[in-house]
Design a protein around this ligand. Structure first.
Ligand SMILES: N[C@@H](CCC(=O)N[C@@H](CS)C(=O)NCC(=O)O)C(=O)O
Length: 276
């Protein structure tokens, strides 16, 4: 693992690191914020999965999470959203290929050699983090924005017991019924739609749900509402009696101005679950 930068922030350290990934067969970069409390021992870890076009950097510099994480003594990890580099497949559409890994393991050409973000985020990166940094593996939460909200919800529901809490900002809620989903799942997973079901937060909520607190925020002025389909997840939560809070935030769009506005609430929400 290589240290690319380390900067003092809110009494802790905001680092950026790169490493050779065996899951993605390329070098991967991630951001990790360690609060001051990490100097005295392992601290809880909150994952932040980012959306389309993002690298590890967007949320790290625009979501304003470090201040609240520092106060609560929580570490934050900001993984990249796809494999990258020469020899890694790509597409002119910003919603497919590099910057758009959708947190799945691709099985189809030309994506399958590198696009294994599910394994990267759920297996390889956690192993690396818990070996290298003072992080409490038994106290984790997960959140994310847009495509990253989809990743956070599907991963939380697929690993019962791993995450104490899950939250999402404007998540892609029902990708099997959306242009942000159908195109990518066809490309990465192929045309057999039965393989898509494991990656749809609405279908997973109906099937098994999440055994812990859930918080979802969605702006009512989001320019991508038709692709995000919040109504599908809200309905599934009600139908499945999933505990949780789904908030429609009046006038907010899809940007990091929306994310940063509600970040304090999300960090507090996870901090409360970590203390329970
Ligand atoms: N570039 C796309 C929008 C992509 C987009 O809004 N991406 C969101 C996540 S889905 C994001 O976080 N963008 C990076 C940023 O705002 O820093 C477009 O013009 O339609």
């Amino acid at each position: 693992m290589k240290t690319l930068s380390e900067n003092r922030a809110f009494g802790g350290v905001q680092g950026v690191y790169s490493h050779r990934s065996s899951a993605c067969a390329c070098d991967m970069t991630f951001g990790l914020f360690l609060p001051a409390q990490a100097e005295d021992g392992p601290v809880p870890l909150l994952w932040f999965l980012s959306g389309l076009t993002c690298t590890h950097e967007n949320a790290m510099v625009k979501a304003g999470a470090q201040r609240w994480a520092a106060e609560a003594g929580i570490a934050l990890v900001f993984p990249d959203t796809s494999p990258r580099g020469e020899g890694v497949a790509n597409d002119p559409d910003f919603a497919l290929g590099q910057g758009a890994g959708f947190y799945v393991n691709a099985t189809q050409a030309p994506w399958s050699p590198h696009f294994r973000m599910w394994d990267y985020v759920t297996d390889e990166l956690p192993r690396l983090l818990f070996n290298a940094f003072p992080l409490a593996e038994d106290v984790q939460g997960i959140t994310g924005h847009s495509m990253g909200g989809h990743g956070a919800l599907t991963i939380a529901m697929s690993f019962p017991g791993r995450f104490r809490s899950v939250s999402a900002f404007a998540p892609i809620c029902n990708p099997v019924a959306s242009d942000w989903g159908r195109l990518q799942f066809s490309a990465y997973l192929g045309n057999d739609e039965t393989t898509w079901v494991a990656h749809d937060a609405t279908l997973l909520t109906k099937k098994r749900g999440f055994d812990g607190p859930m918080l979802v925020d969605q702006g009512t002025a989001d320019q991508f509402l038709d692709k995000l389909r919040p109504e599908a997840l809200a309905e599934a939560m009600a139908a499945a009696r999933q505990g949780g809070t789904f908030r429609m935030q009046k006038g907010y769009d899809h940007s990091y101005f929306f994310v940063s506005t509600f970040m304090e609430d999300h960090v507090s929400f996870h901090a409360e679950a970590f203390m329970a």
